[in-house]
Design a protein around this ligand. Structure first.
Ligand code: PLP
Length: 455
């Protein structure tokens, strides 16, 4: 048990703040970290200790923690018009401009945008849109939502139901009608002797079977992250989207790309769906949309969804949905700047230029016999720890191997995230070669230390 000086930041944090997604025994033993500010990709705590945040906060701080242009865009907009909504036919000029820009950079030749405060709410909103369409198109039974095990879509009651993680059972979730398909992770779920192409074909057959079992006319939509993020950075098996999309199309089931992590550069292209060569029916965006400088999510509808939604709205004359801060003018001004920073001012190029270096460095580290798999793309990677590489045998869960690795990294001033038995690295796009080397060195040292302790 770590004792904090009375009235220290750490003691105050523990006394009055509830932590989400935090291993509390570990916090009790190690203490909390209270952060005061950031410098480039580093965060600094109340004791002045610097940490290289190789997780970009929560994947979102893609321009680092002290980007002047983003802070100035927010300040200028606060001076001009500090807050408004998008109800009753009124919205800010920044909201109008951002929607235009989002459609321009989307894979759609036309479409419409709806704003939320988070990725969870954007997924929730999309599900409500699908349910609204089902009712309006006289198919009220079309309400089931298909996602995949290990997919992460958020924490509201609906988006948590979409999330394919066992921890949601403590809330009595998922809600009925949320169906989870096999995670497209070939290394982990491929069967003995099964090729990657056969694995993908099996998952496509499973989709056909689930649609046949449930009835296509009961299914409202299929949501997928192009690369699963919080599931442990899982790129799809080869040809996955090319295999599932025609099946969904045949049955009239929209494919929604949850681009909350992948969108705006993380995979080395503007969109993850671009990297995996498919065009979805709608996109869910958040995180890098504002480079993490403002809470915002967006549902970006492609042409067909836009037309269908409009036709559904017309008879009742409104879409009865929206958040007080939907399309917040400061958020929109920040997002307009963030899109420029990523797409026009070189950040996407930095990911493209650095991805090979990142992969090569991690590949060297992955030579350790207790690393079973290195996987990823662009600036999102995971190293999966195993007790036995050939048998892909995980470590005993009680050893908490990935937590130990992440804690050891934190002790050495590097933040990476334990997810299952993997450790995730997804640094800000602005990371320099020197900072990347620091990440490799600290990670390598931590892995060696922990594997020496547990192997
Ligand atoms: N969708 C994906 C793919 C995510 O990774 C996340 C968050 O990590 C969400 C949705 C939920 O976003 P938020 O935490 O902003 O509600």
């Amino acid at each position: 048990m770590k004792d904090h000086a009375p009235n220290s930041w750490e003691a105050r944090a523990e006394a009055h703040s509830l932590y989400g997604f935090t291993d509390l025994p570990s916090i009790r033993e190690r203490g909390t970290v209270v952060v005061t500010h950031g410098e480039g990709p580093y965060i600094v705590d109340t004791n002045g200790k610097r940490y290289l945040d190789a997780n970009s906060g929560l994947w979102n701080m893609v321009a680092g923690f002290d980007h002047k242009g983003l802070a100035e865009a927010a300040k200028a907009q606060y001076d001009r018009f500090p807050g408004y909504h998008a109800f009753f036919g009124r919205m800010s000029d920044q909201t109008v401009a951002l929607s235009e820009r989002l459609i321009e950079v989307s894979p759609f030749e036309r479409g419409k945008v709806f704003y939320t405060n988070s990725g969870s709410e954007a997924n929730d909103t999309m599900v409500k849109m699908l349910w609204f369409l089902a009712g309006a198109e006289e198919q009220p039974q079309r309400r089931k939502i298909l996602t995949r095990w290990n997919g992460y879509h958020g924490v509201t009651a609906v988006s948590a139901s979409m999330t394919g993680k066992p921890y949601n059972s403590v809330f009595g979730l998922p809600l009925p009608g949320f169906i989870h398909l096999t995670c497209p992770h070939y290394w982990r779920y491929g069967e003995a002797g099964e090729s990657e192409a056969e694995f993908t074909a099996r998952l496509a057959r499973e989709l056909e079977e689930v649609i046949a079992r449930e009835g296509a006319e009961t299914i409202a939509g299929f949501f997928a992250e192009p690369v699963m993020g919080a599931g442990g950075v899982i790129p799809p098996s080869a040809g996955y989207f090319q295999a599932v999309q025609p099946i969904l199309k045949k049955h009239g089931i929209p494919l929604i790309a949850d681009e909350v992590i992948c969108g705006f550069g993380r995979t080395g292209n503007t969109w993850g769906c671009e990297t995996y060569e498919f065009v979805p029916d709608a996109i869910i965006s958040s995180k890098a949309l504002t480079a993490g400088y403002f809470p915002m999510g967006a549902v970006i509808l492609g042409p067909e969804m836009t037309d269908r939604l409009q036709a559904a709205i017309d008879p009742i004359e409104e879409f009865p949905h929206g958040f007080t801060a939907s399309g917040h003018p400061v958020g929109c001004a920040v997002a307009l700047k963030a899109i420029d920073v990523v797409l026009e001012e070189g950040l996407l190029e930095m990911v493209r230029a650095g991805a090979g270096r990142m992969e090569a460095g991690l590949r060297r580290i992955a030579e350790h016999p207790n690393i079973g798999e290195l996987r990823g793309v662009g600036y999102m990677w995971a190293l999966e720890a195993v007790r036995d590489r050939d048998g892909k045998v995980p470590f005993d869960g009680s050893l908490s191997v990935s937590e130990r690795i992440a804690n050891t990294c934190t002790d050495h001033g590097l933040i990476c995230r334990p997810l299952g038995q993997s450790v995730v690295l997804c640094p800000p796009f602005t990371i320099t070669d020197g900072q990347m080397d620091e990440m490799f060195d600290k990670l390598d040292a931590a892995l060696k230390q922990v594997f020496d302790e547990v192997a």
